[in-house]
Structure formats: C-alpha cells, structure tokens
Design a protein around this ligand. Structure first.
Ligand code: GRF
Length: 232
C-alpha cells in the first residue's frame, strides 16, 4: 500500500539567531533531507561570531550580520535595537520569507518591527509558557517545585513571550540535576518541536494568521497548544 503525499511549494523561511544555532542546524538538515518542505532563504544574526552563521554559510545559505557590538571608532558601543531593526527589516523585505523563525535570538523586538514584518514570526522559548517568560528558565524551574518543564513555540507579539502558544514539548523535572543538564534535555525537545511546528505550518494545519487573532487554528485540531510528551 502506498501513501500519497501532498506536493506544495516549499515554505520560505528566514531565521534570526544569536548563538550556536543547533536549532538552525536541525532545520538545515531536515530541509536538505527533504523531510521538511522549507527553503531557508536567509539567516540574520545580531552576534558577529555566532556559530549559527558558520552553520548557515556551510550550507550555502545567505547570511546577514548586524552585530549589536560596534567596531571601529565606536568600538564596544551597543547598536541600538532600532538600528538593528532597520537593517533586519530591509533584509527581510529583500528575502520575502513566508515565515520568520526566532531560533535562539536574544534581543527583544519592537512592536513596529513585528507588525511590519513581511511574514508571521514564531519564537522558540525554553519553558512551558505562560510559565517562566524571559531568561534563566532552567534555573528558575529547578528552584521551584514544578514537576514538568519543556519548551514552547509561540507567535511573536509585542509583549515578550506572550503570543499564542502553538506547540509545546514536555519532560519530567529531576530536581537533583544541574541547570546545564536540564537545559541539554530541553534542547533535545526543541530539536523536535521546532521542525514539527514548522511542518504543521507548511502544510497549513496550523494557520498562524488565524492564531494571531486568537481564533481556532483549524476546525479539527485539539485546542492549542498542541503538546508532545517527550520524556528522556
Ligand atoms: C535555545 O535553547 C532556545 O530555547 C533559547 O536559545 C537557545 C538557542 O540554542 N532561546 P541554539 O542557538 O539553537 O543552539
């Protein structure tokens, strides 16, 4: 018996990064393997030496670096977020993605930038939102008595980590483990939940414009967020 697949144009994805880019690598690998119907049209980094940029370059993907630390005569001064956004906006308008993915992007973006984006934006966050918005999520979970932890993919809105949560992956917290060990376990979940979410978007199962308006994604899905239980 054969199962027929729906052939669609690849979803054009731009990825914003600041760090090692392990999540970006998962997307690159899935794209190259043909298991995710996406074309990564470009990667924007706000950190010059981010390994994510090297990963993109090694895969032949266009990159743009708008470093938040300036060089030359203004060396060491921070690039204001408005300047970063002006450059990033022009670059996104040039690439014309269908979706913008924040994968380990560590700056807070303004309402103007988000609302003028050429495509909807999603963010990967290392907690079970709405719990633990912001930074140091793993340490904060270990200081709590929470039984579960995990990661979320949500729609980006002006309010930090507060947009509609689309998907989550969960694990059981071991309160004797270190924050680093917990982070490593959550990162394994991220590497599964991010491509899964993008697959659902690419196939039109998750309709981000609809979820952005806080309406149901589709008539047949369970209520959002969709949850994966991926204990390890
Ligand atoms: C991830 O753990 C994500 O949750 C957080 O930043 C990290 C990025 O990791 N926002 P990587 O750069 O994809 O390896």
């Amino acid at each position: 018996m054969s199962v027929s697949t729906v052939s669609t144009n690849p979803l054009k994805v731009a990825v914003l990064v600041s760090g090692s880019g392990s999540n970006l690598q998962v997307l690159i690998d899935a794209m190259q393997a043909g298991s995710l119907p996406i074309e990564i049209v470009g990667v924007i980094s706000n950190v010059k030496d981010a390994y994510a940029v090297t990963r993109a370059q090694q895969a032949g993907i266009a990159t743009a670096v708008f470093s938040h630390i300036t060089e030359g005569e203004n060396a060491g001064k921070r690039m204001g977020i408005k300047t970063f956004e002006r450059h990033a906006s022009a670059q996104l308008n040039d690439w014309q993605p269908d979706l913008v993915v924040l994968a380990g992007f560590m700056r807070v973006l303004s309402d103007d930038f988000i609302s003028s984006s050429p495509a909807p934006m999603i963010n990967l966050h290392p907690s079970l939102l709405p719990k633990y918005k912001g930074l140091d999520t793993h340490q904060r979970v270990l200081q709590s008595s929470d039984v579960h932890h995990g990661c979320s993919v949500h729609v980006v809105t002006a309010e930090l980590d507060a947009g509609q949560v689309l998907t989550q992956a969960m694990l059981a917290v071991d309160h004797s483990e270190s924050a680093q060990a917990l982070q490593a376990r959550v990162q394994k979940l991220e590497h599964q939940v991010l491509p899964w979410t993008i697959l659902l978007i690419a196939h039109g199962v998750l309709d981000i414009k609809a979820t952005n308006e806080q309406t149901a994604a589709t008539a047949y899905l369970p209520e959002l967020p969709l949850k994966l239980w991926l204990d390890s």
